[in-house]
Design a binder for this molecule. Structure first.
Ligand SMILES: Cc1cc2nc3c(=O)[nH]c(=O)nc-3n(C[C@H](O)[C@H](O)[C@H](O)COP(=O)(O)OP(=O)(O)OC[C@H]3O[C@@H](n4cnc5c(N)ncnc54)[C@H](O)[C@@H]3O)c2cc1C
Length: 442
């Protein structure tokens, strides 16, 4: 009976990191109490009661193991990541990226966690942090105020806050398919993307209107800490007339079948679900007011009659100053048994957050068993992320997603560097994983 037993570990937050952590600890035979405050208390971005709900894009990015994102997935697959497994089971076409039907994805994850004998799902907001039981804090970028307050007390109030912007979603049948054409940068036959082509005149007047459009006032502490990959589209437009054409609106690799030419600029729309009745505007995070979004985005060829299922908007992103606050095993300095996972640690991205859930689970398990934690080497994708967020030399600390730049440098350049990185990663990750798997027996 789940209700009668005493938990070995408490996990706060049933997002991507919390779900991974709960699943892995349960696999290792631990009894887990998983706290999730939704639906009784919602965050500003979540819409459902489901665990592992994706709040913005439905894409987990690329899978090619010769890229940094693919490498992270390869490592997580070797560690039996449940987020990755369910993502692969619920994927929708998206070229070389792994994108999912977000409802099916979250429903399936919720079912797995809910029905696991070793996991008790408690639908309550967690308020405090007790040192009486090993705890993993995975309450995410939109952590409730009460948990932020408790974290602040533990970390001498050195938590940091800033705001992110998310992109709009458009109803599929409101897109003019006579103007928008199918195909990704890698394949003309890919049905995962619709592309809205622009000629030079259309592009220039679009950028001009975007620059003039009304936007919501930034929050006082927002401006300095925008993560570069989440930069609002109107801020990019302000940087230079061609910034968008070399950024999210780049036409590279796309040929308009009607003209047989590469357009001057392109707005890409990525399919949100299998039915294809909803499309996400790729890279169009924004803090324009809703009327401005309607007005300006309907200038895009193919979107003249667009119906917006969700407008772009601004959300809080909370993370801690991990290089100064966390040990290599993700426990908070000054405590032994309070671990942090997910986006709160200062990693950025769905997979990166889930990856921290796996590492926190391994750490908590070894702590309970009285065994030492050996971090994955910085030559691996998981190790590089862990090293980045816990390296006291990283200052000021900015959230980071996986990329080859943070992996340990083999001292070579160009293609040779990448080949050397991949070879070293292969060796080091399998050695680390074998060592860990020997220790992780239920
Ligand atoms: C608005 C926004 C858009 C983003 N878009 C993307 C994107 O497009 N692509 C991408 O790769 N990454 C994106 N991210 C970044 C990040 O990858 C995701 O937020 C990711 O879901 C983080 O995983 P997590 O498990 O750390 O947190 P979450 O998935 O947010 O999970 C945290 C959970 O904790 C719960 N919770 C909060 N406080 C409490 C409490 N006190 N007690 C109990 N439960 C609590 C929440 O309800 C939530 O379910 C975005 C972030 C934000 C804020």
């Amino acid at each position: 009976m789940k209700s009668k037993r005493k938990a070995d570990v408490r996990i706060l937050g049933g997002g991507l990191a919390g779900v991974e952590a709960a699943y892995h600890l349960a696999l290792f035979g631990m009894k887990v109490d998983l706290y999730e405050m939704r639906p009784s208390k919602m965050t500003p971005a979540h819409k459902t009661h489901l665990l592992g709900e994706l709040v913005c894009s439905n894409s987990f990015k690329g899978t090619d193991p010769s890229t940094a994102h693919g490498l992270l997935k390869k490592e997580m697959r070797e560690l039996d990541s449940i987020v990755l497994k369910v993502a692969e089971e619920t994927k929708v076409p998206a070229g070389k990226a792994l994108a999912v039907d977000r409802v099916k994805f979250a429903e399936r994850l919720t079912g797995i966690i809910y029905s696991h004998d070793n996991i008790k799902l408690i639908r309550n907001e967690a308020h405090g942090l007790s040192r009486d039981i090993p705890t993993i804090v995975a309450t995410g970028p939109l952590s409730s105020d009460s948990i932020v307050k408790s974290l602040g007390q533990l970390t001498a109030k050195r938590g940091l806050f800033f705001y992110d912007a998310i992109s709009p979603i458009i109803e599929g049948d409101s897109i003019d398919k006579e103007k928008a054409f199918l195909g990704s940068r890698w394949s003309e036959n890919d049905t995962g993307y619709l592309n809205c082509p622009m000629d030079k005149k259309q592009y220039l007047s679009f950028v001009e209107e975007l620059r003039k459009a009304d936007r919501l006032n930034p929050h006082p502490f927002e401006s300095k800490r925008f993560f570069e990959a989440c930069m609002p589209i109107e801020v990019l437009a302000q940087r230079g007339i061609d910034t968008l054409r070399y950024g999210p609106m780049r036409p590279v690799g796309l040929i308009d079948p009607r003209s047989d030419e590469t357009p001057y600029a392109v707005v890409q729309l990525r399919r949100e679900n299998l039915k294809g009745n909803a499309y996400n505007m790729v890279g169009f995070q924004t803090r324009l007011t809703y009327p401005s979004q309607q007005k300006v985005f309907r200038m895009i060829p193919g979107l003249e009659s667009a119906r917006f299922l969700r407008y772009g908007s601004i959300h809080r992103n909370t993370f801690i100053d991990s290089p100064r606050l966390l040990r290599k095993n993700l426990s908070i300095k000054g405590t032994e048994c309070i671990f942090v996972a997910g986006q709160l640690t200062g990693v950025e991205g769905y997979m990166e957050s889930a990856c921290m859930g796996i590492l926190a689970a391994i750490s908590a398990y070894l702590y309970i068993r009285g065994l030492p934690f050996a971090p994955p080497p910085p030559t691996t994708a998981m190790g590089a992320l862990l090293h980045y967020i816990t390296d006291p030399g990283v200052t000021p600390f900015q959230p980071m997603n996986i990329n080859f730049g943070i992996m340990a440098d083999p001292g070579l350049k160009g293609k040779k560097r990448k080949l050397a990185l991949l070879e070293q990663e292969e060796k080091d990750f399998s050695a680390w994983v074998n060592g860990i798997k020997n220790k992780m027996t239920p």
